[in-house]
Design a protein around this ligand. Structure first.
Ligand SMILES: NC(=O)c1ccc[n+]([C@@H]2O[C@H](COP(=O)([O-])OP(=O)(O)OC[C@H]3O[C@@H](n4cnc5c(N)ncnc54)[C@H](OP(=O)(O)O)[C@@H]3O)[C@@H](O)[C@H]2O)c1
Length: 264
């Protein structure tokens, strides 16, 4: 029963599959990907050696773990399809934004539903995955943690924070990348070729994040270390703040949070 089926081999599905396929939790042949698109299936089969199928019913038979990786608007159709064959022993892991464990439980016979919110860093084993489950699936929760530990960092959170986790962790990829793009544009304006500016900005971002991650310090502590009084760094930082950097980021995060709470 150490088999897993991923329903939906799109953006996120592919990232999770590539992480899991190179971990030692599942052999590639025990990972099945179901998707409507033959193109997506061909890609994961050729690149990762996993099994593929367009037959959702067969693909979830004799499988212990099922990951739902479809768009929120596609979830009802998928749950309707799997409902007749899903057993109480099977564990549903949902990545789907905005649908609660209770809502999924209403639809399908299994009570074993675990929600996860990874991000596309999963394909590089650098996902941030927030996980939420009810008390009655503690044993399975520990296994799901291990599963997603293979593709990055995990954090078990209360389900009420799942929408916030989506904004900070999943949309967060886009937010950080937009900042990275702005840094690259600044580098180009100062005279670097775009590819040089990108190399410098990307490595600097990795360095900055790693300092905080490995030193366990607050970002401002690391900022102090590179901020000479009356120097160029504080000049740049203060100008960014005068232009509303922190304020616009916090407002953007909150706008995203308000939006996610209206999406169904
Ligand atoms: N992208 C992220 O960073 C991210 C992060 C965290 C969570 N999520 C959540 O993850 C879920 C998937 O997101 P995504 O960006 O990976 O979406 P996506 O790229 O649209 O992938 C979904 C895939 O599932 C396929 N599919 C839909 N219904 C199906 C069915 N009945 N049977 C088989 N395949 C089916 C779709 O095919 P068609 O395109 O042909 O319909 C598509 O290839 C969403 O609920 C999203 O909220 C995403």
């Amino acid at each position: 029963m150490n088999k897993i089926t991923i329903i939906g081999g799109g953006n996120l599905g592919k990232s999770i599959i590539s992480g899991l396929a190179s971990s030692d939790i599942f052999e590639a042949k025990n990972i099945t990907v179901v998707d409507k698109s033959k193109y997506n299936l061909k890609e994961v089969k050729e690149k990762l050696g996993v099994a593929t199928s367009q037959d959702i019913i067969t693909a979830i038979k004799d499988v212990k773990w099922v990951i739902l990786c479809v768009q929120p608007r596609q979830l009802d159709v998928v749950l309707d399809e799997i409902k007749p064959v899903l057993t109480k022993d099977q564990i549903l892991i949902s990545t789907v934004t905005g649908t609660s464990i209770a809502e999924i439980n209403e639809f399908v016979p299994t009570n074993k539903v675990i929600r996860v919110m990874p991000n596309t860093g999963a394909s590089k084993k650098l996902s941030m995955t927030c996980i939420a489950a009810n008390e009655d699936v503690k044993e399975e929760l520990a296994i799901v943690e291990k599963m997603f530990d293979t593709i990055g960092e995990t954090l078990v959170i209360e389900e009420r924070l799942m929408q916030a986790a989506t904004v900070l962790g999943a949309s967060g990829i886009a937010f950080f990348l937009r900042f990275l793009r702005a840094m690259i544009q600044g580098g180009i304006q100062m005279g670097f070729h775009p590819h040089e500016a990108q190399i410098i900005a990307v490595q600097t971002a990795i360095g900055a994040a790693t300092l905080v991650a490995e030193n366990g310090t607050h970002p401002e502590r690391e900022i102090d270390k590179v901020t000479t009084p009356q120097g160029c760094t504080i000049e740049g930082l203060n100008e960014m703040e005068h232009q509303g950097l922190s304020s616009s980021v916090i407002k953007g995060v909150m706008a995203s949070y308000e939006k996610i709470n209206t999406i169904k």
